[in-house]
Design a protein around this ligand. Structure first.
Ligand code: NAD
Length: 693
């Protein structure tokens, strides 16, 4: 079957891209479109052309699986040029999404009609690129320079109504899109309308400082620096150069981005997220269980966020607490969250009300007896969790999925408190759970395959990225944090101030440093956990100042003081000389000679701890693949996507170099820098994590 089809409706030709699932612009589609342009260009009987997409959208853009290889003919910009050059009006009929190259095709058409639910934009920046088929030159001519700049640099799509208002879309379809598009094309032909080419349109005025201001505002763009700056350069070129010259500049900038390490890292993150959904021993023959109703136990921080995640996706939730007061508090907080989202224009008031209305409060676990999925989010205590699961075992219907949101406890032990361990697994959400995209699905030794498949599939439905983890202390993300956190403490004892450590790692790209992150999460959490565990001497010494800070009642942001000071109502950390002095004093007590520590050493030591514990997780089979670990860190721990994640970063440095440097640190700091067996093995074989697992 042809991926591009031409049908004639009298004197109007309809060109349909038909390449499921999203009409990605593969080589075959590009060739088909180019041939269609050629054929129709020579057909005098045709008075106007409609270009449209079959299935769920117009086109979601480039076929990213072609990335990295040698360029394949024809290039998209060339065929868009051919479409634009046609001598009869060409109308783009857009439904679903028109993204990237798909949207650039629509910009190459002379007129545009969209379904009212259509969305369109140029998200190339999100994968480290710029639009490379005229998008940066045509969009500013269509909507004005400032609006185009916002769309290109953010990569965010706009809806049909906004596009219509901006003059980007000429009409919104009132009936069936294709019928309306054909009628529109005929109307244009009848009225003698000429091709209206954006490439020939004069570009509007832009404020003189527009581009400089945009460059200055980039800050911590999730795609790093290369692509966002190139987006601005390309749009600026549109205002300074004739169209053809601007196209050349766009291509040059595209080539520069295409070769950048940032783009490679962002493609890795893109593919890693998709790969995470695949579990080798759970094929499509394993059917997930149906989940239409959910129960959440506990209306605390996590219970609230989890419940909101489900009602946001249209799934009703019953939330159970032990006391009316706790229930009221939780519901008041959730109502406030929805109301403030409506006030900030994130959703309509009616939508906020509808979402809240899907929540039902309850003081009785019995009310969960008919729920398809029950997620426990009570205090982090094995005794309490076992009690809750014991009761659930007696109450929950046959086939219900029973999940725990524990961050540290043994899911297998929890499962053993029921008579149906196959139905039990961990669903580890991250705080705030209604916002954070990451979900670690923790597979117990006895979890049934369809139970795991249910949790993985559900994650997608509620807009999360799920990563499978085996059972271990901290699962993937927090287990790695358990070596990263102490390393930060060691650095502070050896001579770097907390603010210097945080600055080094945030300059490198992380959203937050370890000290600011501790203050945000609450230092008391880790302190309580440490008190319950038998810690090694080394750990005790590393955490000495941290513990003292907690003993002083300084738990971080919530108490106004932690490693930093927070002025009333502020979340901005201010360095505290008192804390710095505590590190100096403790270092003296431990006989550590303090010294100046470079930013490079700080970043290396912190990163290598992540890489090494990631290698342990892979070696133990807790994580399925290195890219899963990267997905966890990028989506749950503020690791910059443009660095690809910790394991990708290790690969970029080269595992041989990582191991050599770790051996040097091992000499100075001992076995916590001994490379994990898998890391040592891959390094000696000259392999990377990406190839090795
Ligand atoms: P929280 O103290 O805010 O809330 C716990 C709630 O559970 C309280 O409202 C309490 O009244 C209720 N509760 C206790 N026993 C109950 C019972 N038997 N039946 C019904 N309700 C009961 O705690 P949290 O931060 O929401 O943490 C909950 C769980 O989520 C813990 O296992 C924690 O480790 C895990 N977790 C927390 C975070 C986080 O950042 N806070 C992140 C991931 C996972």
């Amino acid at each position: 079957m042809a991926v591009v089809e031409i049908k004639r409706s009298g004197d109007i030709a309809v060109v349909t891209m038909d390449h499921p699932p999203v009409n990605a612009l593969s080589q075959a589609v590009r060739t088909g479109l180019q041939e269609a342009a050629k054929e129709l260009g020579g057909d005098a009987a045709i008075r106007a052309v409609v270009i449209t997409g079959a299935g769920r959208c117009f086109s979601a853009g480039a076929d990213i699986t072609e990335f990295g290889g040698a360029p394949r003919q024809p290039p998209l910009y060339q065929l868009i040029h051919d479409i634009e050059a046609l001598g009869r009006p060409v109308v783009a009929a857009m439904h679903g999404t028109s993204l990237g190259g798909g949207f650039e095709i629509a910009l190459g058409c002379h007129y545009r009609i969209a379904d009212k639910g259509a969305k369109m934009g140029l998200p190339e920046v999100k994968i480290g690129l710029i639009p490379g088929a005229g998008g940066t030159q045509r969009l500013p001519r269509a909507v004005g320079v400032a609006a185009a700049l916002d769309m290109i640099v953010s990569g965010n799509p706009i809806d049909a109504a906004t596009a219509h208002k901006a003059g980007l879309v000429d009409r919104i379809a009132t009936g069936e899109l294709l019928a309306d598009a054909i009628a529109y094309a005929r109307e244009l032909a009848d009225s003698g309308a000429k091709p209206r080419r954006l490439s020939e349109r004069a570009i509007g005025e832009a404020p003189a400082d527009l581009f400089e201001k945009k460059r200055a505002s980039l800050g911590r763009h999730p795609s790093g620096k290369v692509a966002p700056n190139a987006c601005i350069d390309a749009a600026e070129a549109a205002t300074k150069l004739p169209f053809a010259e601007g196209m050349k500049r766009e291509l040059e900038l595209f080539g520069h981005c295409y070769k950048s390490p940032e783009a490679r890292a962002l493609w890795h993150v893109f593919f890693a997220e998709r790969a995470a959904a695949v579990i080798p021993d759970i094929g499509p023959e394993v059917k997930p269980r149906k989940v239409e109703s959910v129960g959440v136990i506990g209306a605390g921080t996590m219970g609230q966020g989890i419940a909101m995640s489900f009602v946001n996706a249209g799934i009703p939730v019953t939330v159970v607490e032990t006391a009316q007061e706790a229930l009221d508090r939780g519901f008041a907080k959730m109502r406030e969250t929805f109301e403030s989202a409506a006030q900030r224009g994130r959703m309509s008031e009616a939508d906020a009300k509808a979402r809240f209305a899907r929540l039902s409060p309850s003081l009785s676990l019995d009310e969960l007896k008919d729920k398809d999925l029950i997620i426990e989010a009570v205090f982090e205590s094995m005794k309490i969790k076992k009690e809750v699961f014991g009761k659930l075992d007696a109450i929950a219907k046959h086939g219900a999925v029973l999940a725990s949101n524990t961050s540290t406890l043994d899911v297998d032990e929890i499962a053993r408190s029921t008579s149906r361990p196959g139905d039990v697994l961990g669903m580890h959400f991250f705080s705030p759970a209604n916002i954070m995209r990451l979900l670690e699905v923790v597979r117990g030794a006895k979890s049934d395959k369809d139970v795991v498949a249910t949790a993985m599939g559900l994650a997608k439905r509620i807009g999360k990225v799920a990563v499978l983890s085996g059972v271990c202390d901290g699962f993937i993300g927090n287990r790695m944090l358990a070596s990263y956190g102490p390393e930060a403490q060691a650095l502070a004892l050896e001579g770097a101030a907390p603010s210097q450590i945080d600055k080094a790692i945030t300059d490198w790209g992380l959203a937050m440093g370890p000290f600011a992150m501790g203050d945000l999460a609450g230092l008391d959490v880790g302190w309580r956990i440490r008190q319950e565990r038998a810690l090694s001497n080394e750990r005790k010494m590393q955490y000495a100042v941290n513990d003292k800070i907690c003993e002083m009642g300084r738990f971080g942001q919530k108490t106004g003081r932690g490693f930093y000071i927070y002025e009333k109502g502020s979340r901005t950390p201010k360095a505290d000389p008192e804390v710095e002095a505590m590190y100096v004093e403790e270092a003296k007590r431990q006989g550590i000679t303090r010294r100046a520590i470079s930013g490079e050493e700080i970043v290396e030591r912190l990163l290598f701890q992540l890489v090494n514990s990631g290698a342990e997780l892979l070696g133990e089979g807790i994580a399925l693949r290195a890219s899963d670990i990267d997905t966890v860190y990028v989506n749950g721990y503020g690791f910059p996507a443009w660095r690809g994640g910790p394991m990708w970063s290790g690969d970029v440095i080269g595992l041989k170099t990582v191991v050599e440097k770790m051996h040097a640190y091992e000499k100075a700091h001992g076995p916590r820098f001994t490379p994990a067996p898998l890391l040592a093995k891959l390094a000696s074989e000259g392999k990377s994590f990406n190839e090795g697992k």
